[in-house]
Design a protein around this ligand. Structure first.
Ligand code: ADP
Ligand code: MG
Length: 238
């Protein structure tokens, strides 16, 4: 059973159709990448999966359970945003533990999870710093750490590396792949960067104007794109 299943999912804002009937699955432990041009609906799909937006119609299952009436906080998902969205007045430790404190998680459990996540992300030495005293890459690690400590079944990443410089992007790409191997959770990752998609994905979902153009492994899409749009996006010669 796939961890995340969308069946004919649609989303309209007022009378504008933004997601026009999307079917897709993310298998347990799979690294699924959504690619497509700006405005095609990638963020809207993520926001519906994590519960920040309601679906207009269709069906959304996580862990086999219909999510229609399940609050964002109870879905077993955690989202990492592009713009970090850290609390500036809190230390790294406080930022990473905030959601757990809100959920009344015991202090000893919080300690253990934050230290473990900090270790994975190599930010153990930064736990008492505040965001303004850190680099962009370090802040992005904190944002990822905030998701890890919640131990979600499904991680959702919305262009997490797009604010970083090229060199750091390459480094973080490798580290995120390592993180995925280490914790084995299902990950859905949005990017408009073809190289990120091709190097990180088990499965790529190519989106265009609220619809799926093609789903396949990086190799599938490269060697047999369905059409010129997919070929152009993936960078294969056809
Ligand atoms: P992407 O992340 O692929 O760039 P988005 O999911 O952010 O695309 O947006 C898809 C479309 O939905 C865009 O045309 C955007 O303007 C529209 N949209 C997104 N959120 C809203 C909203 N809250 N109200 C109205 N339109 C929205
Ligand atoms: Mg977006």
């Amino acid at each position: 059973m796939a961890d995340v299943v969308l069946k004919n999912v649609r989303k309209s804002f007022a009378s504008v159709d933004v997601i026009k009937g999307v079917d897709l699955e993310a298998g347990h432990g799979e690294f699924v990448v959504f690619v497509g041009p700006s405005g095609c609906g990638k963020s809207t799909l993520l926001r519906m999966i994590c519960g920040l937006e309601k679906i207009t119609s269709g069906q959304l299952l996580i862990g086999g359970e219909d999510m229609s009436d399940v609050e964002a906080s109870d879905r077993g998902t955690a989202m990492v945003f592009q713009s970090y969205a850290l609390y500036p007045h809190m230390t790294v430790f406080e930022n990473m533990s905030f959601a757990l404190r809100m959920a009344k998680t015991p202090a000893a459990v919080i300690e253990r999870r934050v230290h473990r996540a900090a270790e994975i992300l190599q930010i153990s030495h930064l736990l008492q710093r505040r965001p303004k005293d850190m680099s962009g890459g370090q802040r992005q690690r904190v944002a990822i750490g905030r998701a890890i400590v919640r131990e979600p079944k499904v991680f959702l990443f919305d262009e997490p590396l797009s604010n970083l410089d090229a060199e750091l992007r390459v480094q973080m790409r490798v580290e995120l792949s390592k993180l995925h191997n280490e914790i084995g959770a299902t990950m859905i990752y949005v990017t408009h960067d073809q190289v990120e998609a091709m190097t990180m994905a088990d499965k790529i979902v190519v989106l265009r104007d609220g619809l799926v153009e093609q789903i396949g492994s990086p190799l599938d899409l490269y060697t047999s794109p369905n059409n010129r749009f997919v070929a152009g996006f993936i960078g294969s010669p056809r």
